[in-house]
Write a protein that binds this ligand. Structure first.
Ligand SMILES: Nc1ncnc2c1ncn2[C@@H]1O[C@H](COP(=O)(O)OP(=O)(O)O)[C@@H](O)[C@H]1O
Ligand SMILES: [Mg+2]
Length: 366
């Protein structure tokens, strides 16, 4: 086992800057998730750790070892892919044992490790089958098992659940979490799915355009997004982002929107934006119909979507669209005119120039 350290790791494909000076450390035993939209450089970063792509600039360390120029087979990492990459003509037993066999492991040792991995993953009954006789979930178990038998320094998983149906995805998510708890192996897990990232990661690295936007524990990122991109990408339904003006009057500062104003946290609690314009961020669960008219947002409910325990209201307030997540028991219907209220401590503030958060980050004060 080992920590995984990336130092200013950069990758260029011709003129494309796919990964731009990524620096981060995955602690020994930690589960790190890379999350971001398609094309942001997640897979390329992972493949540089695995040795499947060369590094243009920077270095990769596994524990004390500088592995930057090592062949994949010499790094002692195990990678799991979205498409499983099983050998079609070998049965499950041979798929699991193949990596050990090419490394010259004795037969008895292979047998022991294959049986152990199969029992952890609950696939002992499948050892004689060929991949085409397996379901998607079973194939992904075999792919995980193949990584497991190697007892690697690091697990590298690239969207391993993307080919599974929604129900199997949730189930395999739990299996992967359990597997990690049982092995304690340092893991990097790549996904474009922010719910997978939130539920699996000890920490999450949010990426965009080859760069890390923010690294932190899931709820810290949720509560304190560093910029508008992270605020919008993490969380579902999405955070409401509304542009308006900052008014710093004597009675405290407020946000002036289209047809409403809202009290803001004390000015001492946030940095002023570069200009007068400011972007207000409110998560849908922090916006709800209220009897309080002072400092609330007058809105019309356009659509009330029943999600089960909760109802999502899509509202129009002046020129802005706002969503509000309420309990199913708060009977509100399409066509209703409501006042939407929030509290200053739930307000996020961003600078429209560059999108940076104007609130202090408790993880990095000052
Ligand atoms: N082999 C390659 N040749 C050229 N460009 C590539 C290659 N692999 C990836 N890219 C480019 O690098 C960027 C990052 O891709 P990738 O790491 O696959 O993103 P992600 O996994 O986040 O979807 C994209 O612009 C992609 O088109
Ligand atoms: Mg990818």
């Amino acid at each position: 086992m080992a920590e995984i350290r990336l130092s200013s790791v950069t990758k260029r494909f011709g003129r494309t800057l796919a990964v731009d000076a990524v620096t981060l450390t995955v602690a020994d035993g930690e589960f790190m998730v890379f999350v971001g939209p398609s094309g942001c450089g997640k897979s390329t970063t992972l493949r540089m750790v695995a040795g499947l792509e060369t590094v243009s600039e920077g270095a990769v360390h596994l524990g004390e070892r500088d592995v930057t120029r090592l062949q994949p087979k010499d790094r002692n990492v195990a990678m799991v892919f979205q498409n499983y990459a099983l050998y079609a003509h070998k049965n499950v037993y041979d798929n699991l044992g193949f990596g050990l066999r090419v490394r010259g492991a004795p037969k008895a040792e292979i047998e022991k490790r294959v049986r152990h991995a199969a029992s952890i993953l609950g696939i002992e009954e499948l050892l004689e089958r060929k991949p085409k006789q397996l379901s998607g979930g079973q194939m992904q178990r075999v792919a995980l098992g193949r990584a497991l038998v190697r007892d690697p320094d690091a697990f590298l998983l690239d969207e391993p659940l993307s080919n599974l149906d929604a129900k199997m995805r949730v189930h395999m998510r739990e299996e992967i979490a359990k597997l990690h708890a049982a092995t304690g192996t340092s893991t990097i897990y790549v996904t474009h799915d922010q719910i997978e990232a939130m539920t699996l990661g000890d920490r999450i690295a949010v990426m965009k355009d080859g760069r890390i936007q923010q690294i932190g524990r899931p709820l810290d990122i949720y509560d304190h997004p560093a910029n508008m991109f992270v605020a919008n990408f993490i969380g579902s339904p999405e955070m409401n982002l509304i542009e308006g003006e900052l008014d710093t009057g004597t009675g405290g500062s407020s946000f002036i929107g289209d047809g409403f104003s809202l009290a803001l946290p004390e000015p001492a609690r946030f940095r002023p934006p570069a200009g007068r314009r400011i972007v207000l961020g409110l998560r849908p669960e922090h916006l709800a119909p209220t009897d309080e008219t002072e400092g609330s947002i007058p809105a019309e409910v356009v659509l009330a979507e029943q999600m089960g325990a909760q109802t999502l209201l899509l509202c129009r307030a002046g020129g802005a669209s706002l969503s509000s997540l309420i309990s199913r028991d708060d009977h509100v219907h399409a066509g209703d005119h409501v006042m939407l209220g929030t509290t200053p401590e739930h307000v996020h503030l961003f600078d429209p120039e560059g999108g940076r958060s104007l609130l202090p980050d408790p993880a990095h004060p000052g």
